[in-house]
Design a protein. Sequence first.
Length: 259
Amino acid sequence: MTHIETRVFGGLAGDLHGTPDDVRPPLLLLHGLTFDRRHWAPFLAQLPAGRRVLALDLPGHGASPESTSYTPDAVAALVHQAVTAAGLASPVVVGHSVGGLLATVYAAEQPVRGVVNVDQPLLPGPFGELLRQNEELLRGPDYLRLWERLTAGMGIDSLPSEAQELVRTVTTPRQDLFLGYWHDVLVRSADEIRAGRERDLAALREQGVFYRHVSTSELPEPYRAWVHSHLPDTVFSVVPSTSHFPHLSHPRELADLVP
């Protein structure tokens, strides 16, 4: 990638790659919780030279300032300020982990060409139950014990050595980020969250937004049926990986799935 402009875009730190063109839509990259935009380096290296891409540090991450709220709607609004400042028109939004949820919420409110959700179920499911069962721990001084438990199941050891280094060092596992970005999972009921995601998917359907849901193994059929019932044209793709980071383990395969 060439022509990189690094600065603050509408309040968020980011890298703007490439130049505008009339052939390929711009890309907006949203990383996962505690990480930052540097996690996209292997993926960016697989994109065609000159592709217009904005990789942001989410609020409270990397070089971006903290926010008074980290709910999906609040973060999506801040991301839109950055997109506007960067001059991106109807990007394809690629989000990993919590970034996949944010990409979905963002696309339901703002003009986009498409969404690529990387390894992020839209319903909390067992993960939400785990967070609620450990809320006292998460709010206490030993909160990192829960994060260590979660990262132990992310398959980090299976990644290439340079990618392992990225995951283990380019991270800010702060308590305020966990409580902020997981706020809705902790305080809202599963039915409330489901209703919110159904509204998002209905908005994407009405707007005709392309939606690709990328996972590292086949998602359960009931979940796929639920998504399809609200957004029938959703494309489910599998990038086989033993880690939670297909953009690090299989960047070429993921790049091929991005319109």
